[in-house]
Design a protein around this ligand. Structure first.
Ligand code: GLV
Ligand code: MN
Ligand code: MN
Length: 421
């Protein structure tokens, strides 16, 4: 269906203006002039600017603003202590040189949807919350969805305290430097128990909506996915004087492992990516002593993901053993398959099709989200907004303004329906 494409026809609605104004304010924050991409990493100055923006938006709308023990930001209309709250939102942090939409689209659309509902004189029988989850991408400390994982008890305080960034700065230290008490972090079951439904709007990170010709879709599930660290250890030596037969060079073993990842993923209908690597001593004329590569792999089902991992690890070990390389493989994070709440998903479909009678497409995704983490504790759903190229985690990520505004309208329709008893 074409949801809300008649933006001009409803020119009196504030949804487009409110969206544009917020979007323009956020746009310069954390943007690299060199790449045009965003570097809004957790607990950095760019992150602080985004968080200040969120607080301003909450206060400008007379919402009760709070930061929870894990650094997630909340803005409330009504008292969350009443329970059965409807919450929407997403995240404001980015991957290295990320796009403008992944995360911020959900937060900006949340505020714009509230503006739209106030314009409609909507009545709210349930508390309505807007959230910005901290450190969703895990770009700095390596683990995705730290804010929501901590809240949901899927990351222990001890595990969180062990996380460090590329400069060796620990998560607690970074939090403290940004003015957040790291000793306060931990599971927050009471807060989550007050939420009756969480709906995250997100830019689509594929082309399903573009291909079907729809502006908005509903999520069905998230593929199981995880991150693994592969350490290949050899021996540093002179690049000019060490005979090939005498070398213990971990780089070819790493390269074979990358090729195996591609092969295994293809065979299983999965995906596997080595997107980050570090090399020691990292000299042009030195054989490396260590190649550390991080694998991100995802599959439609657990069995396929297990098969991919087993195949990659087997190939890496065989090549490592044959070339005198020591190999360690460590799983750094894992998120099992997420099947979003069926009743809530159907309710979203009903609310979005109410005026048009049309069916909204329901799609699965290989991308991780805070909604996936929360789905173990709270009925959770997601809306996707069309991405004409499907490109994401890149400065080229895009969505048209018309589609973004259609997303705001869809979210407003959903929130209006859900907050009315
Ligand atoms: C988050 O965007 C992820 O899917 O890695
Ligand atoms: Mn992302
Ligand atoms: Mn995201």
């Amino acid at each position: 269906m074409r949801h809300g494409s008649a933006v001009g026809a409803e020119g009196a609605s504030p949804r487009a203006a409110s969206f544009q104004e917020m979007w323009a304010e956020l746009l310069p924050i954390g943007r690299s002039s060199a790449s045009g991409g965003y570097r809004r990493h957790a607990w950095t100055s760019a992150d602080a600017e985004c968080r200040a923006w969120f607080q301003e938006q909450a206060e400008a709308r007379g919402l009760a603003y709070e930061v929870d023990r894990n650094g997630n930001q909340w803005a409330w209309l009504g008292d969350p202590a009443d329970g059965d709250a409807v919450v929407t939102g997403s995240h404001l942090d980015s991957v290295p040189d990320g796009g403008a939409f992944d995360g911020p689209l959900g937060v900006v659309s949340a505020f714009a949807a509230l503006d739209e509902l106030r314009f409609r004189n909507a009545t709210f029988d349930r508390p309505l919350g807007i959230v910005n989850f901290g450190d969703e991408e895990g770009a700095r400390f390596g683990l995705a969805c730290v804010g929501s994982r901590l809240a949901a008890g899927q990351l222990t305080v001890e595990q969180a305290h062990l996380l460090t960034d590329g400069d060796g700065i620990s998560l607690p230290k970074a939090m403290a430097a940004a003015g957040h008490d790291p000793d306060a972090i931990g599971a927050d079951p009471e807060r989550l128990a007050r939420i009756g439904a969480f709906v995250e709007l997100h830019v689509e990170q594929g082309r399903a909506l573009d291909l079907s010709g729809d502006q908005v879709g509903i999520a069905s599930s998230i593929w199981p996915h995880g991150r693994w660290r592969f350490d290949f250890r050899g021996e540093a030596n002179h690049a000019g004087t060490t005979r090939l037969v005498d070398r213990r060079d971990p780089m070819p073993t790493y390269a074979e492992t990358v090729l195996a990842a591609r092969r295994e993923a293809e065979l299983a209908g999965a995906v596997a990516t080595f997107g980050k690597i570090s090399v020691e001593p990292n000299g042009v004329n030195a054989i490396p002593s260590l190649v550390r590569g991080w694998l991100d792999s995802r599959a439609p089902g657990q069995e396929a993901l297990d098969t991919v991992l087993a195949g990659i690890t087997r190939a890496a070990r065989e090549y490592a053993d044959a070339h005198g390389i020591d190999l360690d493989v460590a799983r750094e994070s894992f998120t099992p398959v997420v099947e979003f709440d069926h009743a809530l998903r159907d309710e979203l479909g009903r609310l979005l099709g109410r005026d048009t009678g049309l069916t909204v497409p329901v799609l699965g995704t290989g991308a991780g989200h805070d909604a996936g983490i929360l789905s173990g504790s709270v009925p959770t759903a997601m809306l996707f907004v069309r991405n004409p190229t499907g490109v994401s985690h890149s400065p080229a990520e895009s969505a048209t303004e018309d589609d973004c505004v259609a997303g705001v309208r869809a979210l407003a329709d959903v929130l209006e329906g859900l907050t009315r008893r």
